[in-house]
Design a protein. Structure first.
Length: 357
């Protein structure tokens, strides 16, 4: 057999081995999260299902000392917020149904469907026992035209700040800054899907956990103070995002100077005081990534004990999850652009007529 044939076979075998190796390999946890963050910015459409639970427990002594805390404690114990909907980048349209599930003595559910386009927001006026409203109000959507509001109001709303695509890009750029400044071996770890607590519906090639513990709290906070915060401020003031945030340049420069002037030794002393009062039972971000490197599910978990010498111990627990499905497929809008609407002026007239305003 000639040398050319042997060489050709060798090249073919080498190519096959490279392909097979690539198919079977996983990126390091930090690389996987960084790439998923980049890929997410290119998401053109998706169904999403977000959920947040909050559990805030006040010490008994604090509630007795301030009875007004009792109502807050009941409202914030096992509170649940959900947002389920569809996002499309071009033309920009997002629809979602927000639900607030309030438990305890005042158990109720408040549902608010809403639709956002490039220049309008439609919000269905909710039916709530706290504020009974006329049926001809709660059966319609309140429509807010940002262009009209800007013409007729002293308070200007920058439409760019409502651009969901822009907000998404900022979130991804901010996350890149965050992950880039944390050591992989200390904070990132691969997790088996069955042990990660993610739903069976989540498409996951790889599951990554970013976590902060009591032992890593100090270096994590120092990384945020010294590296993350300055870069986030630069990002906010960049040409790409300054119009979105509408922050006074002078105030932004003042914030940058204050961060730059942070005394490292004093910061470490302050963190030492925080560590005395704070116990981290759980603090992590879990991200499921599919074969196309899109994040299909993300969970933020926090379970903290906060010591207070005067009042006792506070408990703070929260879990925020977001699952993406139907990524980059045709957006399946269920609400559409509402036809039954009320302008702000019409809404105010109806409220005045009902005696509620």
């Amino acid at each position: 057999m000639s040398k050319k044939v042997w060489m050709s076979l060798f090249v073919i075998m080498l190519a096959i081995s490279v392909v097979l190796t690539g198919c079977g390999s996983k990126e390091t946890p930090k690389q996987a999260m960084e790439e998923a963050t980049t890929t997410a910015a290119a998401m053109t459409s998706a169904d999403f299902n977000m959920k947040m639970t909050l559990n805030l427990e006040f010490p008994e002594a604090a509630v007795k000392a301030d009875p007004s805390l009792n109502m807050a404690a009941n409202l914030m114990k096992n509170m649940e917020l959900t947002a389920k909907g569809v996002y499309q980048a071009d033309p920009m349209q997002t629809e979602m149904t927000l639900e607030a599930h309030i438990k305890g003595d005042m158990q109720t559910t408040i549902t608010v469907p809403m639709v956002m386009t490039a220049d309008k927001i439609y919000i269905k006026v909710p039916k709530t026992p706290f504020l009974p409203l006329p049926e001809d109000v709660t059966s319609k959507y309140l429509v807010m035209d940002m262009n009209e509001l800007n013409k007729n109001s002293d308070v200007k709303v920058d439409i760019k700040s409502l651009d969901m695509k822009k907000q998404q890009e900022f979130s991804q750029d901010a996350m890149k800054i965050f992950t880039a400044n944390f050591d992989e071996k200390t904070y990132f770890v691969d997790v088996d899907k069955k042990d990660a607590g993610i739903p069976d519906t989540a498409d996951a090639k790889q599951v990554v956990k970013f976590q902060i513990t009591n032992e890593t709290l100090e270096p994590a906070l120092m990384a945020i103070i010294e590296k993350v915060a300055p870069q986030i401020l630069d990002l906010v003031g960049s040409d790409k995002y300054k119009d979105m945030f509408q922050i006074d340049p002078a105030e932004l420069e003042k914030a940058k100077k204050e961060v730059a002037a942070t005394d490292t030794e004093q910061a470490k002393k302050d963190i030492a005081e925080i560590k005395k009062a704070l116990n981290i039972n759980e603090m992590n971000i879990i991200t499921a990534i599919n074969k196309d490197n899109y994040p299909t599910y993300q969970a933020i978990n926090a379970n903290l004990d906060i010591k207070d010498e005067k009042s006792g111990n506070f408990k703070v627990g929260t879990k925020i999850t977001n699952e993406y499905t139907n990524i980059n497929q045709k957006a399946n809008f269920k609400i559409g652009i509402p036809a039954e609407t009320l302008t702000m002026e019409e809404f105010n007239k109806k409220m005045q007529g009902s005696g509620l305003q």
